[in-house]
Design a protein around this ligand. Structure first.
Ligand SMILES: [Zn+2]
Ligand SMILES: [Zn+2]
Length: 133
C-alpha cells in the first residue's frame, strides 16, 4: 500500500500536533509503527526535512545531538543546560511581538523563528558552587 509523499507528511504533522511535547524521529517512527502509516526511519527523517522546508515543522538539537521536532505554529522555546542536558520550556515566547523593520527584511517574508537559550540549570549551578561567591 503506497501512501503519497504529501499524505505521509500530513500524517507526521498530525502526530506532532497531537503530541503535547516535541518528538524525535525515533519517537515518530515508534508511534507510527504497526499502524497504517508505518514508515521506515529514513523515510520519517526525509519527510521531516521536507516539512521543515515547507515551514511546517521546526527542529532543535539537544547537546546530546538528538534532534527534536515540533509544529511551527507551536511557538515554544527552551532553556537547555549545557552540563546535564536538561531542557525546560519557556512559558511565553519572548520575541513573539518582535518587529523586523522592512528595510532589514528586503522583501523577505518571515514564516517562523527558532530561539534557544543555553546555560546552567539551578541544580548544576549549585553543584559548581556558583552561589558561594
Ligand atoms: Zn544542569
Ligand atoms: Zn517564538
Amino acid at each position: 500500500m503506497a501512501i503519497p509523499a504529501n499524505a505521509r507528511q500530513e500524517l507526521l504533522l498530525a502526530e506532532l500536533r497531537s503530541a503535547g511535547c516535541e518528538l524525535s524521529g525515533q519517537d515518530l517512527h515508534a508511534r507510527l509503527r504497526g499502524g497504517p502509516a508505518a514508515m521506515g526511519l529514513a523515510t520519517v527523517y526525509r519527510h521531516l526535512r521536507q516539512l521543515q522546508q515547507r515551514a511546517l515543522v521546526r527542529c532543535r538539537h539537544l547537546p546530546s545531538g538528538e534532534a527534536l521536532f515540533a509544529p511551527t505554529e507551536r511557538d515554544e522555546h527552551h532553556l537547555t543546560c549545557v552540563d546535564c542536558g536538561q531542557t525546560m520550556a519557556l512559558p511565553h515566547c519572548p520575541v513573539h511581538d518582535l518587529h523586523l523593520p522592512d528595510h532589514a527584511l528586503n522583501g523577505f517574508q518571515p514564516l517562523y523563528h527558532t530561539l534557544e537559550f543555553f546555560g546552567l540549570c539551578g541544580h548544576c549551578r549549585h553543584r559548581h558552587g556558583d552561589d558561594d561567591t
